[in-house]
Design a protein. Sequence first.
Length: 188
Amino acid sequence: MKTRLQHSGHVNHNLGITLIELLITLTLIAIIVVAATPSLTDALQKQRLTAGLDRLTADILLARSESVKSGDHSIICPTSTGTACSKQADWHRGWMVFSDTNKNGEFDRDEPLHRVQNRLHYIRAKAYNQRLQIIFTKTGSTLLSNTTIIFCGTRNVNNALSLLVNSAGQIKVNRDINPQFLSHCQST
């Protein structure tokens, strides 16, 4: 758009921007966006890992609480169906929390089902020691030894977190990258 204005006897023919100026500006914006994309993707993946770990932590605490409250064993286990524990230690496919009133290690229809978590997307979560269940007793401790569940990014395996449940039923989250865990992420 050309506008002619009179200022002190001079005529200004152009108050807009040229096509070359517009192309240079768009090129600079594109470079900035491309440079920022990897860090945004990395931040999003870290947020997903943290959210998944927080959900599992909350449900482990729920299982422990239910076992102490009811006096029965409570189990949290990976599941893809929401009706039975999985035979694989793939916690990212989902998990369930239930009271094991008859102590057979399996979910039966007459037992209380406290929670079912659906699949976690864009992350992997596997039990490092291939543990298929965490069983809490009426004291809040676990029946088995320590369980470590590793959360890995699907795009960047350097994004890894681990969750440890010890035999006393206490949870420890490790946000530092352990090379031992990274090798597990690459092999999954």
